[in-house]
Design a protein around this ligand. Structure first.
Ligand code: NAP
Length: 260
């Protein structure tokens, strides 16, 4: 299927590694020019070179913290009229909610709720004018099945999900479509560090924990970031204009529900 994306322009946030990188690569394979962001310039430049080499599209790395006004302004300056916006940022730390103060919460809400909302606000009217826009927010399986020790992630992402549910329905008639993708376990640096932390806490080998997690998943494995990227590119395609405000769970079937 031709996704109808050749020549489009995308901003992919937090994309030097992991799920963001995979989304940028999949979009680039469809002929989309991408602006990619991350804080660590060297990693970002390396990823930009890899995507360019494999796909031949225009890849513009913009180093900066996407959770700051300056970081968002730099990304938007590099691509003032995007057809596609992929919202992503690092996730908040695990822990006990008794240890988190106001500043910790503001940081989490900034990264995983307000940053995507402010970027949506910045691009959406241009998309409406041009009668095409695709916005995908990378959230988490925790939106459907909250993870107790990730309380700040559960809270901030629930706020974004509520905002998107209303806003997506206000703008869909202009062919500007917002959806969320909810990752379960995908083998990225973040998941690896989660396994390493759990291994230290339980004094068990990392490999054993990974095997255990794979066995307990209905698909018998963890996710490959590349398949996440492909799902994201599909949700950005010209053909999905009737898929509006959805929360697409990619978790190998781990969340058991007859209606999801
Ligand atoms: P990852 O492998 O650690 O990659 C994170 C990427 O985001 C890196 O490129 C990082 O580069 C960039 N980044 C982080 N904070 C940033 C910021 N403030 N501004 C700009 N770039 C930033 O993480 P991932 O696994 O892809 O996770 C992506 C998101 O999905 C996270 O919110 C995570 O919580 C969520 N998630 C992941 C999984 C999973 O299994 N992987 C499951 C559920 C939810 P720099 O550090 O250089 O900025």
């Amino acid at each position: 299927m031709d996704l109808g994306l050749k020549g489009k322009k995308a901003i992919v946030c937090a994309a030097s590694k992991g799920l963001g990188r995979a989304c940028a690569m999949s979009l680039a394979r469809e002929g989309v020019d991408v602006v990619i962001t991350a804080r660590t310039a060297a990693d970002l430049e390396r990823t930009a070179a890899e995507i360019r080499k494999e796909t031949g599209v225009k890849v513009t790395p913009v180093a900066g913290d996407i959770t700051t006004d300056a970081g968002r302004a730099a990304a938007l300056a590099a691509c003032p009229a995007p057809d596609i916006l992929i919202n992503n940022a690092g996730g908040p730390p695990r822990g006990d909610f008794r240890d988190w103060g106001r500043d910790d919460w503001i940081k989490a809400i900034d990264a995983n709720m307000l940053t995507p909302i402010l970027l949506i606000k910045a691009v959406v009217d241009g998309m409406i004018e041009r009668k095409f826009g695709r916005i995908v927010n990378i959230t988490s399986a925790s939106v459907k099945s909250p993870i107790p020790e990730l309380g700040m992630s559960n809270g901030a992402r629930a706020g974004l999900t509520g905002f998107v549910a209303g806003t997506a329905r206000q703008i869909a008639r202009h062919n500007v479509i917002i959806n969320n993708i909810l990752p379960g376990p995908f083998l990225t640096d973040r998941l690896r560090s989660g396994f390493a932390e759990a291994a230290r806490a339980s004094n068990r080998p990392v490999d054993e924990l990974v095997q255990e997690r794979m066995k307990s998943n209905p698909a018998g494995r963890v996710g490959d970031p590349a398949e996440f990227g492909d799902a994201c590119a599909f949700l950005c395609s010209a053909k999905i204009g009737f898929i509006v405000g959805q929360n697409l769970l990619l978790d190998g079937g781990a969340f058991n529900s007859s209606s999801t």
